[in-house]
Ligand binder design. Sequence first.
Ligand SMILES: [Zn+2]
Ligand SMILES: [Zn+2]
Length: 363
Amino acid sequence: MNATAAVLYEVKKPLVVEEVEVLEPQAHEVLVRWAANGVCHSDLHVMTGDVPHPLPVVLGHEAAGVVEKVGPGVESVKPGDHVCSSYIPSCGRCRYCINGEPTLCAHRDKPRWFMLDGTARFRKNGRPLHHYLQVAGYATRSVVLEDGVIPIRKDVPLDLACLVSCGVLAGAGPVINRAKVPVGASVAVFGCGGVGLNSIQAARLVGAGKIIAVDVNRKKLEWAEEFGATHVIDASKEDPVAAIHTLTGGGVDYAFEVVGFQETVEQAFLSTRRGGMAVIVGICPAGTRLTIDPMLLVQQRTLTGSSFGAGHQRTDVPMLLDLFMAGKYKLRELISRRLPLAEVNHAYDLLQAGEVKRSVIVY
Ligand SMILES: [Zn+2]
Ligand SMILES: [Zn+2]
């Protein structure tokens, strides 16, 4: 069978949208017809070469769709089920999963661009194509691991549901699961794009007090206010660390870095109070190193990170969709543009220009 897919053959070159061959799902694999895939920055890191990756690769890792076929031994989903992709599949049996840290699952020890048997289910002219993060959502259909799909309720439009497969959970999870921000706490969010806006709205949801949004883009700061920021800081005009210390009388309880630069990671850490916590969500280019004063750690600050929401993706994704359906979580407002797969390169131009919260490629 075939699919239309966006393939990266060479870094710093546009994606090629073309017909590719899709092989049958094998044991514990699922064939999904994707309905939509959100345009996330992580794919861009691969396109620019900031994060090295084997090529050619079918990108996309923020997808939602309908199960078309299941391979032998698949028990948790059946054809017709609606699913979100999980770019961190969880096996449920390894020490991480058993200890309640399924976003760190042992599946991550294997190459994440093939199925678990080390082979691809895409072919082009007889040559295998890699599956980005075992999702490959920039394809009208792809084979994924059974452990890499999350069944969801059928009444959520799939072009909204796909956002939860990365940006929403990656942004909200650090607030809810990693920092466990308590009512009234002060929060700073560095970076107010499609992921950071979710850290902001999660902070609002859990009842944070001051929610301070930091960005260099005026439009993004306006979005931040719409999503619940109580204060905004334009880091192109003033030093955000000094401004946060002034606003909070000594630093925030929790800072979230959702950009992925050395400077913003260090700023997020420096903006915390004694005993505060900084959580890194952004993906820094390979080779990035931090410079921090260890004395600030002695003062009981925590510098940590969050992978795919740092919680339980199998229950967190449905939970966030329930909150959306109950009118308590904004998804619709996250989408600035809907584009066809043929315009996927344009979608990345818009992302780089900082002109969109999230774009969604719809099939
Ligand atoms: Zn992503
Ligand atoms: Zn596991």
